[in-house]
Design a protein around this ligand. Structure first.
Ligand code: C2E
Ligand code: MG
Ligand code: MG
Ligand code: MG
Length: 288
């Protein structure tokens, strides 16, 4: 059941649940406890180069190992955490866990691919966020080049603190991706003010490809816009070969989706990285 709910990220907004605010507060309380009890883990979903099919990145996705309900996906956790300051604490834990994992992979002797970490607007608005990143990288001795942060378009709105933090993060050497591109408040003029490296085409534009003419036009336009601005394009939520074929022809740079790999535990992600050939030019964590 948890799995089915996780697929429907709007499950939380069904009337029966929004009316019951007590339930919502209970859930927030439960998340706080889960954080204390260390019940959260990260799963990692692979991203591949469209050109040669090699592993180029991993996206860290939050999971809750619920003692009764089993594995609960981020779609159920994040909206609750974002409705309070809890997201700042939880987001801090996610970044720390990502760095801890990178350190383990480095110690295991692999050259890790770029690890993308989702970051909420609320975290970016937090004055301490950049310090947390800096301290965590230093603590785990992880080079910033191994990391990427994914932010949604709401960060593109003129919010001075967000912009300032993003610039600092970029200067530190982390890559920045705009997640779910096209679904938020598109403020294209802010795109050019930001130090971005990747645009991620949202799953909602991918799901009806190649048949839906509007989605085909949107996907093609996002790729053209991104390339004109020297950005790399990652398509997310690819489930069929037909979707992949369309996006390849349209010029997409990276693929991510169930067709290529589901989010998986760290040990399986390590196997994927080990499988890469050592002389493979794409086996570096550099941007591309
Ligand atoms: P997102 O960043 O856009 O991540 C993609 C979501 O789509 C993930 O759901 C992923 O499991 C799912 N997905 C990937 N490929 C496919 C596919 O081919 N088909 C389908 N149907 N789904 C696919 P998940 O893990 O439940 O995460 C949902 C959202 O929660 C994420 O969307 C992201 O916005 C947020 N999130 C996840 N982890 C974190 C985190 O650590 N911090 C923050 N702030 N947000 C997070
Ligand atoms: Mg993401
Ligand atoms: Mg996304
Ligand atoms: Mg999305």
């Amino acid at each position: 059941a948890a799995k089915n709910l996780g697929r429907n990220r709007f499950a939380l907004y069904q009337p029966a649940m929004t009316i019951d605010t007590r339930n919502f507060l209970d859930l927030e309380q439960a998340l706080r406890k889960a954080l204390k009890k260390e019940e959260f883990i990260l799963h990692y979903q692979p991203q591949y180069s469209v050109d040669d099919g090699h592993l180029t990145g991993l996206e860290a996705l939050l999971r809750w190992q619920h003692p009764v309900r089993g594995l609960i996906s981020a779609a159920e956790i994040i909206p609750i955490a974002e409705s309070s300051k809890l997201i700042v604490e939880l987001g801090g834990w996610v970044f720390e866990q990502a760095c801890r994992q990178l350190r383990l992979w480095l110690d295991a002797g692999v050259d890790p691919v770029r690890l993308a970490v989702n970051v909420s607007v609320r975290q970016l608005q937090d004055l301490h966020f950049v310090n947390v990143i800096e301290r965590t990288l230093t603590h785990f001795q992880v080079p910033a080049q191994h990391l990427e942060i994914e932010v949604t378009e709401s960060c593109l709105q003129d919010n001075e603190i967000c912009l300032k933090n993003l610039r600092k993060i970029e200067q530190m050497g982390l890559a920045i991706a705009i997640d779910d591109f096209g679904t938020g408040f598109s403020c294209l003029s802010s795109l050019k003010k930001l130090p971005i490296h990747y645009l991620k085409i949202d799953r909602s534009f991918v799901i009806d490809l190649p048949k839906d003419e509007n989605d085909a036009a949107i996907a093609t336009a996002i790729i053209a816009l991104g390339h004109q601005m020297n950005l790399k394009i990652i398509a997310e939520g690819i489930e069929t070969q037909a979707q992949a074929d369309f996006l390849r022809v349209a010029g997409c740079d990276h693929f991510q989706g169930y067709l290529f790999g589901r989010p998986m535990p760290a040990t399986e992600a390590l196997q994927l990285m080990r499988k890469r050939q050592p002389d493979d030019p794409n086996s570096h964590s550099g941007r591309g």
